[in-house]
Design a protein around this ligand. Structure first.
Ligand SMILES: NC(=O)c1ccc[n+]([C@@H]2O[C@H](COP(=O)([O-])OP(=O)(O)OC[C@H]3O[C@@H](n4cnc5c(N)ncnc54)[C@H](OP(=O)(O)O)[C@@H]3O)[C@@H](O)[C@H]2O)c1
Length: 313
């Protein structure tokens, strides 16, 4: 989804045009710059360049690369770099969840949503997830209680199911949706806001242009809700999460958390859901599919010419 938001110019990290999209990658080291050691050509590495990952070759500083343990499927490994790190850091760094706590996950069938469900299950959480009715079985399979966001009021549903509300809401929708999420909290709870999905309408297109205006409105509302969280007496907080900001401020956490996630993948404690694998030359089709919705998990683009089952994503 961040690739679509960058394409539409509504993501704050959108570079000036023209640019090559692609937030996250797993690839093979082709060549080393002068004086580089500790890494070998042929080694499989992961990175979060934010843009440029759709290219066949990308030039990155060594500090950006995290070695991928051997034997992992490249499509599963690349799912960890953006979606699982986002989920993991929101669960354990934006807040510190404890077993038995209740959480509401919006967009629960999506890439980040399914990662939150899998990591939330490992953390022993009671989980509720908004999704469309076609995605409800996938959410139930991951032990989330589905709430149909197209036909139900999620605040009323949460009140009906839990009476006092949830401890944490993870909200990628943004805008005024953050305020509704806040209503689903118990006193002292927290909304972790991490996206501006509300800037997009159907088919993944921006609801108006230019994207900068959307971004400004979303950011201003966010600021207002954060301030309200501190001023109102119910102690319900709204906090922002941004993978790129945390990575810039604390790059060691990104590395440490990705290594922890590779470890969980090796132990088969997590199993990223791959909705589909497309050759990179069909990136447009992948965007169209994601924009239409109803995709469960992550769509992975695979380098043209490599095997779609085991190729580098
Ligand atoms: N802040 C960060 O660091 C960070 C990092 C990664 C991602 N993100 C953001 O996280 C968001 C999700 O990314 P993703 O890759 O997981 O996207 P995704 O795979 O496309 O999933 C989005 C999900 O949201 C659901 N959805 C759409 N509108 C909804 C609504 N009003 N209420 C509840 N669910 C709704 C969709 O369900 P249906 O298709 O069934 O309708 C879909 O399952 C994006 O906004 C992205 O920019 C932020």
């Amino acid at each position: 989804m961040p690739d679509i938001m960058a394409r539409e110019g509504v993501h704050p990290e959108t570079p000036p045009l023209p640019f090559t999209p692609g937030w996250d990658l797993v690839g093979v080291v082709d060549r080393l710059g002068n004086g580089i050691s500790g890494i070998e050509p042929g080694q499989i590495v992961a990175a979060l360049p934010i843009h440029g990952a759709y290219a066949e070759f990308v030039c990155l500083p060594q500090s950006e690369l995290v070695p991928v343990p051997s034997g992992l499927d490249a499509a599963e490994a690349v799912s960890l770099v953006l979606n699982y790190i986002t989920a993991y850091q929101m669960l354990h760094r934006s807040t510190t969840v404890r077993p038995g706590q209740r959480v509401l996950i919006h967009g629960a069938a999506g890439g980040v949503g399914t990662a939150l469900l899998q990591l939330g299950r490992l953390a022993g959480l009671e989980m509720y997830g908004t999704c469309s009715s076609r995605s409800a079985p996938a959410v139930s399979d991951l032990e989330g209680i589905p709430i149909d966001y197209q036909h139900q009021d999620f605040v009323k549903e949460i009140r009906r199911l839990t009476s006092e509300g949830v401890d944490v809401v993870f909200d990628p929708i943004g805008g005024t949706h953050l305020w509704h999420s806040r209503k689903a909290l118990r006193p002292g709870g927290k909304v972790v806001g991490y996206g501006l999905r509300s800037s997009l309408r159907g088919e993944g297109l921006s609801s108006s242009r230019p994207g900068r205006r959307q971004r400004f409105r979303g950011t201003a509302l966010f600021g207002l809700y954060i301030a309200a969280g501190w001023l109102l007496p119910d102690r319900k907080r709204v906090v922002p999460y941004s993978i790129q900001t945390l990575k810039r401020l604390r790059p060691e956490l990104f590395r440490q958390d990705l290594i922890a996630l590779f470890d969980l993948l090796q132990q088969k404690k997590i199993e990223p859901l791959i909705a589909e694998r497309f050759p990179i030359s069909e990136a447009r089709r992948a965007h169209e599919l994601l924009g239409r919705g109803g995709v469960t998990g992550k769509i992975v683009l695979v380098r043209d010419g490599s095997s779609l089952e085991s190729g580098v994503a």
